[in-house]
Design a protein. Structure first.
Length: 334
């Protein structure tokens, strides 16, 4: 490849790795990306058959491949993080993370090489085909097992959604991906079993899911990593429980200690700070020394958000007159 081709490839790859993290979790963006890719590749092949090659078309296909490579690198980084967390039971450090990345890179590189290159020796060719079938079958089993093994264990332990004092922590009319629900694979286990993570671009307004009094604000930290300190806002509710909103950006708290906040009031701006792999808000409710099960009144059905689904904060007809989209309850009054 010429230097210009390499420059385009790495530039588009870098853009994807740095600014397209949210798009990896947006179904519309994914569909548009692959639709564009199909059109560009088809146009490129037709152009080659006709004997004419457009420099703009060549650039388009290089950029598309670069963005795809960048997205794969983001996914590889997150998979490495997960591997490191599993190996160390949630206590991974920088050395463990880099070791996980090296192991994963060698492993995935070997698999890709074996799958793409037809082997001359019969034994290796048999191994290549076996690996392809195993990966396909394993993916199907893995997806089925993921949805079967993770998530709420006993829904009877959760309070009824229709009686819940909690609402989703963002403004009405918006759907946000639940990147982690209860009992999932990365960090929501043991004392954090009943936590939720919702994908939010950095700087998104976070609303109080329930009224209460702010008892702790930390927003001076910056950066992320397996041992990086995080930022959060902690709110005490009327029943003595505490709601924690984590990973807010540096200087992103919009409330202060001792302040009374109403349900739906903007309390912070989202970030990607602390033990975090992508911009999101982490929310859980603490009762005693551990998280407790809670539901959201505006999540249809049982009120429990599920991983890789997008609950929408809706507003009923009776809530339309409220500036925050919530009905003011007795609990929310001072």
């Amino acid at each position: 490849m010429s230097n210009r081709v390499w420059l385009r490839l790495f530039a588009s790859c870098g853009v994807a790795s740095s600014v397209l993290r949210d798009a990896l979790w947006d179904e519309a963006a994914i569909c548009v990306f692959f639709a564009v890719g199909i059109i560009v590749i088809a146009a490129s092949r037709r152009s080659r058959r006709d004997g004419s090659t457009s420099p703009w078309l060549t650039t388009a296909i290089i950029v598309w491949r670069g963005v795809l490579l960048g997205a794969l690198l983001v996914g590889d980084s997150m998979l490495s993080w997960f591997l490191a967390e599993v190996l160390t039971e949630g206590r991974s450090g920088d050395a463990t993370l880099w070791l996980a990345r090296l192991v994963l890179a060698v492993f995935l590189g070997g698999i890709v090489y074996l799958l793409l290159k037809r082997q001359a020796r019969r034994g290796w060719e048999y191994a290549r085909r076996t690996l392809a079938w195993t990966l396909g079958l394993g993916s199907v089993i893995g997806v089925a097992g993921f949805f079967y093994l993770f998530g709420p264990v006993d829904l009877s332990a959760y309070p009824p959604a229709q009686d819940s004092p909690y609402r989703l922590p963002w403004k009405p009319g918006i759907r946000r991906l639940c990147i982690q629900g209860n009992r999932t694979i990365i960090s929501h286990w043991k004392w954090q079993e009943y936590a939720y993570d919702f994908v939010m671009p950095v700087g998104t307004e976070i609303c109080a899911a329930r009224a209460g009094q702010v008892v702790e604000v930390v927003d001076h930290n910056d950066g992320n990593g397996p041992s990086a300190p995080g930022n959060h806002v902690l709110i005490r509710h009327a029943d003595g429980t505490h709601g924690l909103y984590a990973h807010i950006r540096k200087g992103g708290a919009l409330v202060h200690d001792g302040q009374r906040v109403e349900q739906g009031e903007v309390i912070a701006e989202s970030g990607n700070v602390g033990i975090s792999t992508l911009p999101h808000v982490h929310i859980h409710v603490i009762g005693g020394d551990k998280t407790i099960p809670f539901t959201f009144a505006d999540v249809p059905g049982d009120g429990v958000p599920r991983m890789f689904r997008r609950p929408e904060r809706f507003v009923s007809a009776s809530q339309q007159g409220s500036p925050t989209g919530y009905i003011t309850t007795l609990e929310s009054k001072p």
